[in-house]
Design a protein. Structure first.
Length: 112
């Protein structure tokens, strides 16, 4: 009976657990004072505040992974537009003046 209950519960766990549907967002990414993109992105977020942006105009994307409130690690797919977010942007801090943006001295990621 236990194995039946476990097997029956597994499909139920999958409901609502999958990736959230992307939403259009106004977004920008600046790296080393160079604009990578500024326009419309697909925005996907997680309950902890982490998010991913995929720029609609080119093949760039960036991940902001929240480590603790106000602090995140950033990664993007690089100038060569690789298929994975392998370039480290370092630790990003949520901006007080503009909470839609996360930045450090090297990179700034914004999603509205």
């Amino acid at each position: 009976m236990k194995s039946f209950l476990v097997a029956a519960a597994i499909p139920a766990l999958g409901v609502g657990v999958g990736a959230a549907e992307a939403k259009p967002s106004s977004c920008s990414l600046v790296i080393a004072e160079r604009d990578v993109f500024d326009g419309t992105c697909d925005f996907n977020s997680d309950p902890d505040g982490s998010f991913r942006l995929t720029y609609a105009g080119q093949n760039y994307f960036v991940y902001v992974n929240v480590v603790e409130p106000g602090s995140a690690k950033g990664y993007w797919n690089g100038w060569t537009q690789e298929s994975r977010a392998h370039d480290d942007l370092g630790t990003l801090t949520r901006e007080e003046k503009d909470p839609a943006c996360w930045s450090n001295g090297y990179a700034r990621v914004c999603a509205r």
